[in-house]
Design a protein around this ligand. Structure first.
Ligand code: NAD
Length: 249
């Protein structure tokens, strides 16, 4: 028996990095997966890479009308949704002193507002026993130079899990946060660093990780499968660090 047999799942930002790796694992475990992203070309490539049991819906998580269209599609095609992996997100480098209003609004609009309304607008589709997994980050509890706005968004995401398990108590819907450590993905090239700086950052981080290396997207995906499936049926409101031990020392 596969872990997600006959489950319907949504992965926001499912066309790249951790989201794409998770979409592949979800389908391998028997789920039907909806992925979202802003660019149709990348969504089409992801659908091809995933291969089967996947639908892509072009939508921006920070745009509430896009979210309405997304959930109308899932409602019409499936009638319900068992799993949400609220994954879409990212951030750029900006030290205190150089933070602009645009930087703040963009980061919070995607990582916090987009994640909140993804979950809230999905609620009518969720049956009892549904599982919601929020993609936070080790930055929710650690400091990183020039990354404070991103880190604050991830602390907010972690907080949502603690609070929403109370709001969803009567419906027996579980909410957990997953916090990846350093996991090189295409997102690293969007942080505002040169290719050389990205490589230097990744190499320097490996020294701070007890396992002595950075992670891979499929290692995060396996942990998301655990939180999405009944294997974690009594796990609720946690922050699961998948970071080689980096945030534990
Ligand atoms: P990525 O850039 O490869 O993937 C990000 C995904 O989010 C893409 O599919 C992108 O299209 C989508 N996205 C971004 N803005 C969007 C928007 N407004 N609407 C819809 N989709 C949007 O990066 P990744 O590393 O796979 O990041 C995925 C998540 O993991 C993010 O929330 C990120 O903060 C989190 N995370 C990553 C790491 C890491 O080391 N890679 C560590 C901790 C947390």
């Amino acid at each position: 028996m596969k872990k997600l047999e006959r489950k319907v799942a949504l992965i926001t930002g499912g066309n790249s990095g951790i989201g794409l790796a998770t979409a592949k694992q979800f389908v391998a475990e028997g789920a039907y997966v909806y992925i979202t992203g802003r660019r149709q070309v990348e969504l089409d490539a992801a659908v091809e890479a995933i291969g089967k049991n996947v639908t892509a819906v072009q939508s921006d998580v920070s745009n509430l009308a896009d979210l309405d269209r997304l959930f109308a599609t899932i409602k019409q095609e499936q009638g319900h949704l068992d799993i949400i992996f609220a994954n879409a997100g990212g951030g750029q480098i900006a030290p205190l002193g150089a933070i602009t209003e645009e930087h703040f609004d963009k980061t919070f609009n995607i990582n916090v507002k987009g994640l909140l309304f993804t979950v809230q607008k999905a609620l009518p589709l969720l049956p009892e026993g549904a599982s919601i997994v929020l993609n936070a980050s080790t930055t929710s509890i650690k400091g990183t130079p020039a990354f404070s706005v991103y880190s604050a968004t991830k602390a907010a995401v972690r907080s949502f899990a603690r609070n929403w398990i109370l709001d969803l108590k009567e419906r027996k819907i579980r909410v957990n946060a997953i916090s990846p450590g350093v996991v090189p993905t295409p997102g690293y090239n969007l942080m505002g660093l040169s290719e050389e700086q990205v490589q230097g950052f990744v190499a320097s981080q490996a020294d701070n990780i007890p396992l002595g290396r950075v992670g891979r997207p499929d290692e995060i995906a396996k942990a998301v499968v655990f939180l999405a499936s009944d294997d974690s049926s009594f796990v609720n409101g946690i922050e699961l660090f998948v970071d080689g031990g980096m945030a534990q020392i």
